[in-house]
Design a protein around this ligand. Structure first.
Ligand SMILES: [Zn+2]
Length: 310
């Protein structure tokens, strides 16, 4: 089996054949299956990976072998697979942009949100709301760029990606039991278009968003080196996240994974709106999911597999 996979998951191999092997042999779909994955991060662009190690990593990840417990019930840190210079990360669940996932999710999924506000104002508001409720918040950069968080640096591209590719994003989400209705879809797409057309909604200086979050109490971590993510862990085990350091210890420093703690989306949505209406809460949760998928698709390559941890 491994020989066959090795043949197919090589650099420059046909990605649809690779998709087939991932799906049939290992049971994992890649972004390419949904016509997503416009970025470059993914196994097909790597020459430093042992395919047997890689497939072993996927299987052990899916088994929950690298899960560890966390205290927070809302996303705290970014999906980014990298660590700080000492090999650690802030402890907490992960979603695209860390606390910023809740800024974009509550914007895209709340039809009543005030549309004249800017991303900077929304960031300030959400960080303060979370702080008042006693939640830790955080953002990150890295040691070599002015805005080292892809979810923040490319927030405009992510909204554009949602506007252009919502049907593919919805197809992916539905494979993992996140079902988005036509009405919910039109609310999110309408908001994405509004923001893309609103002058100065997205701040030109992307690091100013990270700075605004920090000035309002968010923690900051500086991640180091290049993106080495080889998959997207879609974790639905409540109260846990994936231990990035444990994966590196098992396979090597170049084996990283994006971590999406999808179990937090609903609890985050509940904290973000003043409503007990289940549909309104679900819509925010789904908008957070859409922002996470779109961010993965903007940054990730079609060869990037999704590894559900159930
Ligand atoms: Zn990030």
């Amino acid at each position: 089996m491994f020989e066959k996979i090795k043949d197919f998951i090589g650099l420059g191999k046909n990605s649809s054949m690779q998709d087939e092997v991932l799906e049939q042999e290992l049971g994992f779909s890649s972004l390419g299956k949904f016509n997503l994955g416009a970025g470059s991060i993914g196994p097909a662009n790597r020459t430093d990976i042992d395919q047997n190690f890689l497939n072993d990593m996927y299987k052990r990840l899916a088994n929950g072998e690298f899960n560890k417990t966390v205290v927070s019930t809302v996303p705290v840190i970014c999906v980014d697979g990298r660590t700080r210079a000492d090999g650690t990360r802030i402890d907490g669940p992960s979603a695209a942009g860390g606390s910023l996932t809740m800024v974009y999710g509550s914007d895209l999924g709340n039809p009543e949100a005030q549309t004249e506000k800017t991303e900077l104002q929304l960031t300030t508001e959400i960080i303060n709301t979370l702080k008042q409720k006693g939640f830790e918040t955080s953002v990150h950069g890295d040691n070599h760029s002015s805005c080292g968080c892809g979810a923040c640096a490319k927030a405009r591209d992510v909204y554009q990606h949602i506007a252009n590719n919502i049907d593919n994003i919805i197809k992916l989400a539905s494979q993992y039991c996140i079902n988005i209705s036509d009405e919910e879809k039109s609310i999110m797409v309408k908001r994405a278009h509004q923001r893309l057309q609103q002058p100065n909604f997205f701040h030109e200086n992307r690091s100013s968003i990270l700075k605004a979050a920090q000035e309002n109490g968010a923690n900051y971590e500086e991640l180091v080196s290049a993106h080495n993510e080889l998959g997207i862990a879609l974790n639905t085990r409540a109260g846990t996240t994936v231990d990035r350091a444990a994966i590196r210890a098992a396979f090597g420093p170049q084996y990283d994974i994006f971590v999406v703690d999808a179990w937090t989306f609903n609890s985050a949505a509940k904290e973000l709106i003043n409503s007990d209406n289940d549909q309104s809460i679900a819509l925010i949760a789904k908008a957070i999911a859409v922002q996470n998928v779109a961010t993965a698709s903007v940054l990730g390559h079609a060869s990037l597999p999704i590894i559900p941890i159930t």
